[in-house]
Design a protein around this ligand. Structure first.
Ligand SMILES: [Zn+2]
Length: 481
């Protein structure tokens, strides 16, 4: 028996050697699936996990030697940047000059639908092949008089690949003098009324509030500090809550956020957004690198979430977010790749590997572990593989409000990644369950299911011509040079 069937089929994933459930590890224990972790899928859901025998009519995915994880949940991205990787003018710059050198001026190359479509396709394919099944895209390439429907384009590209997609409808209602250094129209702000109308229109067209929704819409001004007037924030928050959608933005990515809030408003960035109703279990921010203790506790007490982007934070020299401390306090944390213009490999496998390593190398983790001691260094248990898988799957699903997604458990959505550990880097592994994260690189996909639908098999996406996509991307990049 072999795979390759249509939507919502009956599957038995059989023979995997190990798996991690995505649930939050508790009390030093991991979140491993029991030995003999065959998974039965019915009607898009996980029906059973254990030692299972094939039933009549179901297709078997031979997973012998493989490891199973939930599909990754990417909680912050900018898909249009997928054609802006490694631009020399910005490769060694920190956030603000990088914004002025790369994403802002290059937006003029996305004045036609084809460029955004191909960029989105590149980014989504890269994510999918890393085992990602849910993508939240912070789509801020919006401007007055835009000649095409960007929201429809990104939803369409995700649907073609069978991915779960959350559109964080970004944009700005005021220009930012420091970075908006190029001429309109692409850098021009929308009016507040136009922004609000855009959010409402996208919600009415695309939003599904269900716990396993394939399409969600979120209100997501690009940055609360600089993309709008402060009084706009409360209006946006009220609209989002009336529509039943979530709120998302960037916050405290660099020290500039902290300095601005302190100098202009006399408080921390999180205190400032809290004064404008931008905290709560329906709010998550990308980065949150520079949080003080009071802000970590405010995140925990309000349920405000963090989309952790370790590779982008490292690439731009922004710093290392206090993720182990946030997790210990119960702050909701997800993993995210951020835009590919500040992360030249915007895939979830690389991101998970970076997260696993980075917090162990963080000297602050060592100081906490050896309080009172003087020995320098990090902490070898600062973040375990099981915790990385948790934030990259169930943790991310929590940020997005997708309660039926992100965990390998009976009754949950069948978003399942089956990884082959058959590259030399995996030879000799004693604990195969950690291989997809700890060994680094991109493990080959035996199969990837989204809501029970097979979206990739043997590392290829049915119906996708990768060579053609590469050529389309190269042509567009050549047009920018
Ligand atoms: Zn971002």
């Amino acid at each position: 028996m072999k795979a390759s069937k249509g939507m919502n089929d009956d599957w038995l994933i059989q023979g995997a050697v190990a798996g991690i459930s995505g649930a939050r590890p508790a009390g030093g224990e991991g979140a491993r699936l029991p030995a003999g972790c065959d998974i039965r899928v019915r009607g898009g859901l996980i029906q059973a996990i254990g030692r299972l025998q094939p039933e009549p009519g179901e297709a078997v995915i031979d997973a012998r030697g493989c490891v199973v994880y939930p599909g990754w949940v990417n909680t912050h991205h900018h898909l249009f940047q997928s054609l802006l990787k490694g631009i020399p003018a910005g490769i060694d710059l920190p956030l603000l000059p990088w914004l002025a050198a790369v994403p802002v001026p290059y937006r003029r190359h996305f004045d036609h639908e084809h460029a955004l479509r191909i960029a989105a396709r590149v980014g989504l394919v890269e994510l999918l092949l890393s085992g990602c099944t849910t993508v939240a895209d912070h789509q801020y390439h919006v401007y007055p008089g835009m000649p095409y429907d960007a929201s429809a384009v990104v939803f369409d590209e995700a649907a073609r690949l069978g991915l779960r997609f959350v559109l964080c409808r970004g944009g700005q209602t005021q220009a930012r003098a420091m970075t908006d250094t190029v001429a309109p129209p692409q850098s021009a702000p929308e009016t507040l009324d136009a922004f609000m109308a855009g959010v409402e229109d996208d919600t009415l067209r695309f939003h599904d509030p269900g716990p396993m929704a394939m399409r969600r819409v979120v209100s997501a001004i690009t940055t609360p500090n600089w993309s709008c007037k402060p009084e706009h924030l409360r209006v946006m928050a009220a609209q989002a809550r009336a529509l039943g959608i979530r709120l998302h933005s960037h916050l405290s990515e660099t020290w500039d956020y902290v300095r601005w809030a302190r100098d202009v408003h006399g408080c921390t960035p999180l205190q400032w957004v809290a004064q404008h109703d931008w905290v709560g279990p329906d709010v998550w921010f990308a980065h949150m690198v520079h949080l003080d203790d009071s802000e970590l506790h405010l995140c925990a007490s309000t349920g405000t979430g963090i989309a952790h982007c370790p590779q982008s934070n490292a690439r731009l020299g922004s710093g290392i977010a206090r993720i182990p401390e946030a997790l210990a306090l119960g702050v909701p944390v997800g993993l995210a790749v951020d835009g590919a213009a500040s992360n030249e490999a915007a895939d979830m496998a690389s991101e998970a590997h970076a997260a696993w390593l980075m917090h162990r190398a963080d000297p602050r983790a060592g100081q906490r572990a050896r309080a009172g001691g003087t020995q320098p260094g990090g902490h070898a248990a600062a973040l375990t593989v099981d915790e990385v898988v948790h934030i990259g799957t169930a943790g991310g699903a929590r940020l997005l409000g997708l309660g039926g997604v992100g965990t390998l458990a009976v009754g949950m959505a069948a978003d399942i990644a089956v990884y082959r550990l058959d590259q030399p880097r995996h030879f000799g592994l004693h604990d195969p369950a950690i291989g997809p994260v700890a060994s680094g690189g991109r493990p080959a996909l035996r199969a990837l299911l989204v809501q029970g639908r097979l979206v990739a098999e043997h590392d290829s996406i049915p119906g996708l011509d990768l060579a053609e996509l590469q050529a389309q991307a190269q042509t567009l990049v050549a047009g920018m040079l």
